[in-house]
Design a protein around this ligand. Sequence first.
Ligand SMILES: [Zn+2]
Length: 166
Amino acid sequence: MPLERFSAAWREDYVTSATASEHATNEGECVFCGFAHEEVGESSGVLFRTDTSFVILNAFPYGSGHLLVLPRRHVATLQELRDDEYAEFFWTLRKTVVALESTYGPDGMNVGLNLGLAAGAGIPKHLHAHVLPRWSGDTNFMTSIGETRVLPESLASTWQKVHAHL
Ligand SMILES: [Zn+2]
C-alpha cells in the first residue's frame, strides 16, 4: 500500500468538533469523556464497558466494524495509565479484536494507536485505539476520483452485530 494511503487510513474524523476537542484540557470539554459516562446501548454507540475502559463505534467508519477502544479516564498517553487501567485497556482491546473476528471473519485487522497530533490523532488528549476489520481487496477507506468506495454498513447494524459477540 502506498505510504500516503496508509497514513490517510488513520486520519481521524470522529466528530466535527474534533478541532475544539484537540484543545480540551479536562474531561468536561472532551467528547470521549462524554461517551465514557454513557450506558452501553445502540443509541449511545457504547458497545462494552469495564470499570476503567470502554468500546464505542467510530461515528465515521473507514469500513464496517470500525471501533475505538479507550480508557475511561482522560489521559493522553500509555504511561499515564495506572497498571490496572493499562491491563484492562489491552484486555478490552483483545476482547474487541476477538469479537470482530467472530462477527465479520475478516481477512485481517488494523489495530492502531495514534499518539499525539503529529501522529494523526484527531483527539490527542484522550487515548484511543482504532480497531478495523480488513478484507483482501478493500478500498483503503479513502474516496478519490475514479475510485469506487465501498460504503460501510450502518452504525446500528454494526452495534447490533458486534454487541452480540462482546
Ligand atoms: Zn477525555
